[in-house]
Design a protein around this ligand. Structure first.
Ligand SMILES: C[S@@+](CC[C@H](N)C(=O)[O-])C[C@H]1O[C@@H](n2cnc3c(N)ncnc32)[C@H](O)[C@@H]1O
Length: 236
């Protein structure tokens, strides 16, 4: 397989853990880390987000909101994770500019995971219609919302937020008070917000919403990442 392959608007890159990512020529940014795309999903979002929430909450029902469905790697990593055994996950994800199915197929993600059943699940995440809830099994219910986050009205409450937009360098507006505060306010008590970013201004916005904040070791290629936690004490 070639290390880098060009589509019209994208370049396909094989990242350090062997999983593919896309580089968007229009946006001038990678969808997932070139230092390990799937590793980043598992480490930042599943391990430091969902797993952490499970340790803090004695509940089997968890509602996740993801900003930026993209390649679907965070959704896939959650769906196939052992951490969702015996749980009920309601996974909502938003994306204003979904990647076309043909481009997703051209990633040849099956070369990486080499498991037909898992690959079918990966494709299904992409082929389920936008705006319609789809139950993968009794543990995982899935909804893709096609909208700009700027226009989305947060009526639901969430337990875990996976904040995974493109970086501040290319989309600074998505890291502002206007976008982050309504989202942070939609967290349930004991809720968890995780992002790959460790930017000071983002940290301050999370703190200003009343969450306690931690800088954690980052995924490969990144020194640090952020996790916010909405403890009961702080919302009293
Ligand atoms: C870094 S990628 C997400 C990667 C994804 N979480 C994954 O696991 O593969 C960022 C995504 O945000 C989407 N996006 C960009 N601007 C947006 C906006 N204003 N509202 C909603 N989605 C947006 C892009 O289309 C892109 O798919």
């Amino acid at each position: 397989m070639k290390k880098s392959e060009k589509f019209i608007n994208f370049k396909k890159i094989i990242t350090s853990d062997g999983s593919p990512t896309l580089y968007s020529i229009n946006v001038n940014e990678y969808y997932k880390s070139k230092h390990g795309a799937l590793t980043e999903s598992n480490y930042v979002f599943v391990n430091n987000g969902l797993e952490f929430w499970k340790k803090k909450n004695n509940k089997s029902k968890c509602r996740i909101f993801e900003m930026g469905f993209g390649l679907g790697y965070n959704a896939y990593s959650t769906l196939v994770s052992k951490s969702i055994n015996n749980m009920k996950i309601e996974y909502n994800t938003i994306d204003a500019f979904p990647v076309e199915f043909g481009v997703i197929e051209s990633l040849n993600f099956d070369n990486y995971i080499q498991n037909k059943t898992y690959y079918k699940l990966f494709l299904k995440l992409h082929s389920t219609p936008w705006g319609l809830k789809f139950d993968f099994n009794s543990s995982f219910s899935f909804l893709k919302i096609k909208s700009k986050i700027e226009n989305y009205n947060f009526r639901n409450k969430y337990d875990v937020i996976f904040y995974d937009p493109f970086g501040y360098r290319v989309q600074p507006q998505l890291w502002s008070n206007d976008i982050l505060l309504p989202l942070l306010n939609s967290l349930n008590p004991n809720g968890v917000f995780v992002t790959y970013s460790s930017k000071g201004s983002v940290k301050r916005i999370i703190e200003s919403s009343g969450l306690s904040i931690e800088k954690l070791n980052g995924p490969p290629g990144k020194r640090e990442m952020l996790r916010g936690y909405k403890s009961n004490r702080e919302i009293l």
